[in-house]
Design a protein around this ligand. Structure first.
Ligand code: HEM
Length: 461
């Protein structure tokens, strides 16, 4: 057993891995005891319905407390959010939806970077976070919320506050819980943000329910909506659910993960101009041949590989497939996870030299080459998951948003690479930071960008 602190955890995990030589081990994490299974166990546990992501989050994030309740909506027993995202993903096949994403991506960039000539310096994370938040809000809630600056601000502020509040509570001695909840600034902040979400969301849903009931009573057809409010109402099938928490959970699951990925990709690509040239060549070739047709972005194989390689080098955390057990589960003859116990799968295989040659080196075309390897094939695609690559989780509770990521991250990167040159600002730090088992793209890295003359314009397609 290894006892860990919050910021020292990455080093400690590495030591524990080495000491246990490929066997499961336990750590005492800030949220309690967790069994860490080597990557090879992913297939054994990820499809077991007795192991739940929701129950894990409940323990880790204290989701029974007001303010942190939206985290519980990320995964409830009905898997409501999973169903909502799957329903939303049908839109990805629509031509008008892809065009909407492209125009929103271009609009956001123009708004944030302007049309200035010459190099200008930006904090890459702030820029990407704002772009992704606006794109996601437009894609998921349409015009109802696309200009709601309070909702867009919540996309950026709620999750970091929730993580800080949950950690603050976890590391406090139990007798202090009440005082922490009452007085700790992070806790007060997360409560305020969750209430703000309720004030935005609940009146919209209530108003729609009222007007639907009125239309039915009048023998009229209710207004048709195709947005996250409607998908939640339909998928909940009349049962009660956390109205604001569900929408806030959708917002945070979509925005931070994607912003972190794009930030990391741009930081890595700013150091690989050769790869940027090859990517531009591929993007232009596909767009000239296919326009914005369905499937065009799936033909950008080097781009697909670059994004998957970025997630291999820096996934959202050292651990994936985080689960808590609803009963005793015998994983192998030697290993039993007891009821109520938490377990995670280590993502260490992504850095194993027997799986990936030169694993510490960012090779944008790595997964493109692996597609030719019969042991990999379709497993090398961005949206595929396997024990070697767990960035989207694995199994029954795998990330349902990865198909949207596949489209929106490609669209954003296409536009950013075609329209701008990128290089690191002199002396800037590019190292990701570790917080507990989380790995976070450097949020302070500064990048120089310059608009390219005569750049290929996706909007003209
Ligand atoms: C780079 C972007 C993303 C990454 C790296 C990512 C990663 C993950 C991971 C690791 C999980 C846990 C899976 C498991 O434990 O097996 C997850 C779950 C989830 N993700 Fe994503 N995600 C991303 C984007 C998105 C987007 C854009 C959406 C929504 C549109 C989304 C919605 C969800 C939901 C609803 C769950 C819970 C799944 C369930 O309850 O079954 N994610 N994601």
């Amino acid at each position: 057993m290894v006892r860990t602190g919050v910021h020292r955890e990455a080093d400690i995990i590495e030591k524990a891995r080495r000491a246990n030589e490929g066997k499961p081990f336990k750590i005492f994490h800030y949220a309690g005891e967790v069994t860490v299974l080597p990557s090879e166990y992913a297939d054994l546990v990820a499809f077991d319905k007795r192991l739940s992501l929701g129950a894990y989050l409940k323990k880790d994030f204290h989701t029974h407390l007001s303010g942190l309740n939206p985290i519980a909506a990320l995964h409830d027993e009905q898997m409501l959010l999973h169903k909502i995202v799957r329903r939303f993903s049908k839109n990805l096949a629509r031509d008008d939806f892809r065009r909407l994403l492209v125009s929103q991506a271009v609009q956001n960039t123009n708004r944030l970077l302007g049309h200035t000539q010459g190099w200008s310096e930006i904090c890459i994370y702030d820029f990407v976070l704002d772009s992704v938040a606006r794109l996601d809000v437009r894609a998921l809630w349409g015009e109802t919320l696309s200009n709601n600056e309070e909702w867009i601000a919540l996309a950026k502020t709620y999750m970091p506050s929730a993580v800080a509040a949950a950690i603050q509570l976890s590391i406090a001695p139990k007798p202090m819980y009440y005082l922490v909840r009452l007085l700790a600034p992070d806790f007060r902040r997360v409560l305020r943000l969750a209430r703000q979400a309720e004030d935005i969301i609940v009146p919209i849903v209530e108003e729609r329910r009222k007007s639907k009931a009125q239309a039915i009573a009048d023998g009229l057809l209710p207004s048709l909506f195709d947005d996250a409010f409607e998908w939640a109402e339909k998928e909940s099938m009349g049962s009660e659910y956390d109205i604001a928490g569900t929408q806030l959970a959708l917002l945070i699951s979509a925005v931070h993960t994607s912003a972190d990925l794009i930030t990391q990709a741009l930081i890595l690509l700013a150091q690989r101009q050769d790869a940027v040239c090859q990517l531009r060549e591929e993007i232009e070739r596909v767009l000239v041949a296919e326009g914005l047709a369905r499937g065009a972005f799936q033909k950008m194989n080097l781009l697909d590989s670059t994004i998957k390689e970025t997630l291999r080098i820096k996934p959202a955390g050292n651990f994936s497939v985080q689960r808590n057990s609803s009963s005793d589960v015998q994983i192998t003859p030697e290993l039993k996870i007891l009821k109520g116990q938490s377990m995670v799968v280590d993502t260490s295989r992504r850095l194993d030299a027997t799986v990936f040659q030169d694993p510490d080196i960012f090779q944008p075309d790595r997964f493109l080459r692996l597609r030719q390897d019969p042991r990999w094939g379709a497993k090398a695609l961005l949206v595929s998951t396997s024990s070697e690559h767990l960035a989207f989780g694995h199994g029954n509770q795998v990330c349902p948003g990865r198909f949207f990521v596949d489209l929106k991250v490609k669209i954003l990167l296409c536009h950013l690479l075609l329209s701008f040159d990128w290089k690191l600002a002199p002396g800037t730090n590019t190292e990701p930071s570790a917080m507990g088992p989380l790995l976070i793209a450097n949020q302070k890295t500064r990048i120089l960008s310059k608009r390219r003359e005569d750049a290929f314009e996706m909007m003209k397609l």
